[in-house]
Design a protein around this ligand. Sequence first.
Ligand code: TYM
Length: 353
Amino acid sequence: MSAKRETILSGIRPTGRLHYGNYFGAVRHFLRLQEEDRATCYYFIADYHALTTVTDRQDLYGNTLEMLRTYVACGLDPRKSVIYRQSDLPCTAELSLLLGMITNIGLLERGTTYKDKLSKLREDPKAEGNPLSYGLLGYPVLMAADILIVKADIVPVGEDQRQHLEMAIDLATRFNSRFGETFHVPRPISRDALRLPGLDGAAKMGKSDHNTLDLLDDPATVLKKIKAVPTTTEPAPLDTDSTDADTVIPKMPAGVGVLYRLLDLLAPREVFLEFLEEYRKGGKFYGNLKKAAAEHCSKFNDPIIARYNDPANSAAAVEEFLRENARRVTPVALETVEAVRAAMGIGHSLYRA
Ligand code: TYM
């Protein structure tokens, strides 16, 4: 007998363009899981979540369509995976409200995203927009709603989302013990979760830190960005003979480490080993290393850019599959919301079909 089909869910905020952190932390796992075809995959664009950083009028809808065209360009297939827009599933907001009723504020105040914003605001009290909104504090509750609403087993995300997933697991477990088994509890983050450093050598590549390499960057932009990666003239000794990327890269100066990480992710193994040899020898090889890293990145981006610009991959085509896929996910989500309403005692919605 075949094993039960599992459920996968993950989302990305429509921040404009997909960067390498998004791709290697999340999207490459979406693709693998889609192709393995052992699970139902739900991949969405988290446009509600993006509203926590809204500063002024901005074209979130346009950004969402662009991100979805990039999803398709990467190989995500809206017929194989259910690709949708978070706000096309408004019952997620209802589930978030219901979950909010049992969420302790202390738990949310320990959220790293919230704490980071709070400390940044203390440094710069005149920061733009409303950085400390109720929505930001409740961000992990909405994320838990996204995950629990489709009864996800696996949530492929980068390392930076570990805490959010743990909160979702915690909320589901707490709900079940209080109101009876209602939620399916997802599994914790996998061991291979990645945190890709920024091109400036910062611990994390991220849009708001302006240190990203993007999937749609053309060769000139890639080269310019990679040339600007900070490298020291004297490499620090590695004090190990290991050739394992995860062992040696953390021993390198931050900027240099990013370049090796890019080679590790994109180049054939021999190229990584060749440059590791160079590193051990010392001397002036950073120019060549940057050239090689830039070449491999552009080679990787080329077909994605071509598919992004394919006339078949239009905004209109995206809108069409969005409509179709909202219809596929809605009954699954409503079933969960109705079960939660029943468990909490308010009963079924009388007007919902
Ligand atoms: P977001 O939009 O910040 O990032 C989307 C995905 O990209 C991963 N990622 C990284 N991985 C490795 N290294 C990096 N430098 C890096 N930067 C980003 C993130 O881990 C994530 O997997 N809260 C989520 C969106 C979300 C969601 C969800 C995810 C909303 N609801 C439910 C999963 C399930 C976010 O802001 O991701």
